[in-house]
Design a protein around this ligand. Structure first.
Ligand code: FCB
Length: 477
């Protein structure tokens, strides 16, 4: 019997025609250093803010840490072989800053760099294009102790680190993204405190966002100077933000959240300015005194590509007097100055993260970036879903995840049809891993990881994705 209070079942493939992607479309999968590597103290690595945070009581579900994770540090050649078996054209990974520059300043750690040199060589040896992210949230702890991202100097430290990685890997890595999802680093790290370093100050979150972007601009300048042929970009997490009703108050709530979630980063990086309405909305939080002359020119240093991470949509409403339905929940403190806005649950199918599944939102997001901001090539640098997986007879049949990928790839294809220069797609994630504050309780992988034995089992979605790559498109459903 179906439960009428539950949303309709997910995991059902929509009907759709066969589709083919443009020649050379870059098919990949993504991971991040702290989420998969483990080997937290190997070869001179020192703690990052995520080591400290995850080892602090009450910060992660079950007290889970990335100490061992998928043990990828020790199993890397086998993992690359698995990627090759799946036919991946590209692999997006991140470099652990405290592994290659322990403490976040000073000389490179040769042992740490050696791991990434071997990884890159292994990838190239299998014909897989390395896609390197410099910062996927693992700030060296001493830099946090010196003020973290709210402190201006962290931007300069980041550029030094970028140079050091470019010196070691620039001859072999063509695609570079500076930051992964600076919104999360700034607003979850320093606003709501749900992520490392777990601080809760709106003004610090806004300052962190600015210095992350400043670090990005300085890093792009350093990389451009030393590797003129490199393809340089940034990865931002974007959401369509939709008002719950057509009331002017809800439209204004949507405008505010769109400013904080999307335009806070897109405007400085791609237009060289902060939106005037964002500055006004944040007037009670900060006077933007941390922005110095020349910063926005640095932040908007020209790029070669933009990476978009897409998972879901925000539907928001203004608060009204009296009771609001339970489906209207108050924005947490990762929205400084807009904590009164209500986020609305629509009752549509959700993933195991409770994120609403909304493939058309991917089309909207890509079209918006292209229409309003840039002609640059776009890449979906992350897209995927967590679902509960069970191993039956050594197999994991994850039809729900497969259906999520299918609908979002159809959306990506529709965006290309509408004129968006989308050049590639990276599934999140290659394998199950440490899902930040959720620890190991949420599985996003196309490959199942048994954390006790470290055995990897490609799920149905992995086999399906291999076929998508092989035919450069989707079969009819
Ligand atoms: C993104 C992160 C990635 C992963 C997915 C589920 O916000 O970049 O590391 O946690 O969400």
């Amino acid at each position: 019997m179906s439960d009428p209070t539950r949303p309709p079942a997910v995991g059902v493939l929509d009907q759709g025609p066969a589709i083919t992607f443009p020649p050379g479309f870059l098919w990949g999968a993504a991971t991040a250093a702290y989420q998969i590597e483990g080997a937290a103290t190997a070869g001179g690595r020192t703690p990052s803010i995520w080591d400290t945070f995850s080892h602090t009581e009450g910060r992660t579900v079950g007290g889970h840490t990335g100490d061992v994770a998928c043990d990828h540090f020790h199993r890397m050649p086998d993992d690359v072989r698995l990627m090759a078996e799946l036919g991946l054209k590209s692999y997006r990974f991140s470099v652990s800053w405290p592994r290659v520059q322990p403490g976040g300043s000073g000389a490179a750690n040769a042992e740490g760099l050696d791991f990434y040199q071997r990884l890159v060589d292994e990838l190239l040896g299998h014909g897989i294009e390395p896609w390197l992210t410099l910062y996927h949230w693992d700030l060296p702890q001493p830099l946090e102790d010196a003020g973290g991202w709210p402190a201006r100097d962290t931007a300069a430290r980041f550029a030094d680190y970028a140079q050091l990685v470019a010196d070691a890997l620039g001859d072999r890595v063509r695609y570079w993204t500076t930051l992964n999802e600076p919104w999360c680093s700034a607003f979850l790290g320093y606003g709501s405190g749900a992520h490392a370093p777990g601080r809760t100050d709106g003004a610090d979150a806004v300052r962190a966002g600015h210095h992350l972007m400043l670090g990005h601009g300085l890093a792009v300048q350093a990389l451009r100077a030393s590797r003129p042929d490199a393809q340089l970009g940034i990865t931002v997490n974007l959401y369509p933000v939709t008002p719950a009703t057509d009331s002017p108050a809800d439209a204004d709530a949507a405008r505010r959240i769109d400013a904080l979630a999307n335009r806070f980063f897109l405007d400085p990086v791609l237009r060289g300015s902060y939106p005037a309405d964002l500055r006004a909305d944040l007037a009670s939080v900060t006077d933007f005194g941390h922005v110095r002359d020349g910063d926005l020119e640095t932040i908007s240093t020209p790029l070669d590509l933009v990476g978009v991470n897409y998972y879901s949509r925000h539907v928001v409403a203004a608060p009204v007097e009296g009771e609001q339905p339970e489906a209207y929940w108050r924005a947490p403190t990762c929205w400084p100055g807009s904590e009164d806005v209500r986020f609305v649950t629509r009752g549509v199918p959700v993933t195991d993260m409770d994120w609403e599944i909304d493939a058309p939102g991917l089309v909207e997001t890509l079209q918006r970036v292209h229409r309003d901001y840039t002609d640059l090539p776009l890449y979906v640098t992350e897209n995927g879903s967590a679902f509960v997986d069970t191993v039956v007879d050594g197999q994991v049949d994850d039809t729900d995840r497969l259906a999520y990928f299918d609908s979002h790839l159809r959306a990506a294809h529709a965006a290309i049809g509408a004129g968006v220069p989308l050049r590639g797609y990276f599934a999140w994630s290659l394998m199950d891993n440490f899902e930040w504050a959720w620890g190991y309780t949420k599985r996003f992988g196309m490959v199942y990881v048994d954390y006790d034995s470290q055995v990897r089992i490609p799920k149905s979605s992995a086999r399906w994705y291999a076929e998508v790559i092989r035919r450069n498109g989707l079969a009819a459903q």
